[in-house]
Design a protein around this ligand. Structure first.
Ligand code: PEP
Ligand code: MN
Length: 262
């Protein structure tokens, strides 16, 4: 907490990119790594628009077991190669202790997904490695529970923790999740850890992503995680919330204007 460590933590994630501090961290890319060519093209497009971190899922937590669950280790290899080719650190989700060595080998940042926010054994294990970890807020995670989950990682000796607000489940069904903008200034008050906003999962709807991204940056977020796809209608996961390359470039301009003003 701030009482223990007053100064903001700044996390070095490789390729000269820092999360927290003065520069915004913009993590962008497809929900899932779909194939080698697709992730390379995504890396090129998001970098051209100003992203500095590439995202892509290889192990996907899907509601239905009959939908695409990711390419697994093959996907990790494509993601790593695409990041390397374009000079971008990469982030991908680790769902199980089973895959920790593979994810550590290929990723620069380990993502702990919303559904695993309180998977304490997984948190212990990522606490034992030194890689930066981005801990997403659980679907019904209270702020205190989320910050204590981050403590699990740090208590094992890994101080490189990034938080990510990705929306919570409420009574509202008009959108997928309710992005809790309140969490951003509150977490900044309570914690020294950097906080990223994910308006893609936070809304579930592409048309809402840019305005909510702008709100999150105005509220003090250290960066964004944005799902981007060249052809959202054909995405293997989360197409409804994915921005096209053009739309993502437009979002970057809008967010840049807010960042310059705050
Ligand atoms: C994701 O980033 O694709 C993802 C599954 O996120 P969350 O854990 O926030 O649902
Ligand atoms: Mn997704």
């Amino acid at each position: 907490s701030r009482d223990f460590r007053p100064a903001d933590s700044v996390i070095d994630v490789g390729y000269g990119v820092k999360v927290g501090g003065t520069e915004l961290a913009i993590m962008a890319g497809p929900c899932s790594i779909e194939n080698e060519e697709h992730i390379f093209d995504s890396a090129r497009a998001v970098k051209a628009a100003g992203a500095n971190i590439l995202r892509g899922g290889a192990f996907k937590p899907r509601t239905s077991p009959y939908t695409f669950r990711g390419l697994g280790e093959e996907g990790l290899r494509y993601l790593h190669a695409a990041g390397k080719a374009h000079g971008l650190p990469v982030i991908t989700e680790l769902m199980s202790v089973r895959d920790i060595d593979a994810v550590c080998e290929y990723a620069d940042i380990i993502q702990i997904g919303a559904r695993n926010m309180q998977n304490f054994i997984l948190l212990d294990e990522v606490g034992r490695v030194k890689k930066p970890v981005m801990l997403k807020r659980g679907l019904s995670g209270q702020i205190e529970e989320w910050l204590l989950a981050a403590e699990y990682i740090m208590a094992q000796g890994n101080p490189n923790v990034i938080l990510c607000e990705r929306g919570i489940r409420t009574f509202e069904t008009a959108y997928r999740n309710t992005f809790d903008v309140n969490a951003i200034p509150l977490v900044r008050e309570l914690s020294h850890l950097p906080i990223i906003a994910d308006p893609s999962h936070g809304t579930g709807k592409a048309s809402l992503v840019t305005p909510v991204a702008m709100a999150a940056i105005a509220a003090g977020a250290d960066g964004l995680m944005i799902e981007v796809h060249n052809n959202p209608d054909h995405a293997l996961s989360d197409g409804a919330q994915s921005l096209t390359y053009d739309r993502f470039a437009g979002m970057m301009r809008s967010v840049g204007a807010i960042a310059a003003a705050v």
